[in-house]
Ligand binder design. Structure first.
Ligand code: NAD
Length: 265
């Protein structure tokens, strides 16, 4: 039987949950009886199917809010709508994120602005709107999905690395401000996770380098990850569920690596 983290009846917003890690984390929360606000881009028919499937599989309420993470007003509306619909908001997972790879001197300025807005500033706007609700409840959990790139850099990922380092700074600051209000704020720092985004990169790199997909995974994508294994959705969900449970109440302001040892080097 699955572990019960004592979350039944709680309410969570997971940004960027129409795909990849966000979808998996939302699903893991739903499986614990948490009502969910999904968010993210995508085709409405597919999103509606994701929403319906999650609600049916876990017997919880699942709503969708299409807030664009570059738009502060829409982010605030997502948070106030969650409270209006469910009467509370216990968990905020700031997960939406995008990447662009180019040297700094060639990095498109609009891409820099977009990455900082989606990966970093959206977490500020969502937390700003969520904290008063959580304070009034005397309970809340903010979990920001940073990255190994919140702790170390790689070339050609300036905006991503800067945004993820920023997320860790934001997380620590929020943690100090809410420490006596029954709220915690932490960052999860995944290494490489095999999301659709990364899968596409494997196929492209294999073609470009004349390698098999297995060779690309081990020697290119997972070069920095000592286990030479992708981090799984389940491993990230396990940490998230711990952090948002009562057992995680004293973990605050932490940046927790789930990277197979990448940042130990
Ligand atoms: P993904 O592309 O599969 O999912 C990203 C999600 O963000 C999607 O739901 C997308 O619709 C949403 N999104 C993008 N722009 C948006 C916008 N303007 N408004 C609202 N939603 C928007 O990517 P993923 O790999 O699942 O990444 C999720 C998070 O995990 C990101 O913050 C990423 O930086 C982080 N991360 C991923 C990896 C990895 O290896 N995949 C590693 C470390 C950290």
């Amino acid at each position: 039987m699955a572990v019960d983290f004592g979350l039944r009846g709680q309410v969570a917003i997971v940004t960027g949950s129409t795909s990849g890690i966000g979808h998996a984390l939302a699903n893991a929360l739903a499986a614990q009886g948490v009502n969910i606000v999904l968010n993210g881009l995508g085709e409405m028919t597919a999103i509606e199917k994701t929403r319906g499937d999650m609600a049916k599989a876990h017997g919880v309420e699942v709503l969708y809010h299409g807030a664009d993470m570059t738009k502060p007003g829409e982010i605030a509306d997502m948070v106030t709508s969650a409270k209006a619909e469910f009467g509370r908001l216990d968990i905020l997972v700031n997960n939406a994120g995008v990447q662009h790879v180019a040297p700094v001197d060639e990095f498109p300025t609009d891409k820099w602005d977009q990455i900082i807005a989606i990966n970093l500033t959206s977490a500020f706007h969502a937390a700003k709107a969520a904290i008063p609700i959580m304070k009034a409840q005397g309970h809340g959990r903010i979990v920001n999905i940073a990255s190994a790139h919140g702790l170390v850099a790689s070339p050609f990922k300036s905006a991503y690395v800067a945004s993820k380092h920023g997320v860790i700074g934001l997380t620590k600051t929020i943690a100090l401000e809410v420490a006596q209000a029954g709220i915690t704020a932490n960052a999860i720092c995944p290494g490489y996770v095999k999301t659709p985004l990364v899968e596409a990169q494997i196929a492209d790199q294999a073609k470009a380098r004349g390698l098999t997909e297995d060779e690309v995974m081990k020697t290119v994508i997972l070069a920095a990850q000592p286990t030479k294994q992708f981090v799984t959705f389940e491993q990230l969900a396990g940490l998230l569920l711990y952090l948002v449970s009562e057992a995680g109440a004293s973990v605050n302001g932490a940046s927790l690596s789930v990277d197979g040892g990448w940042t130990a080097e």
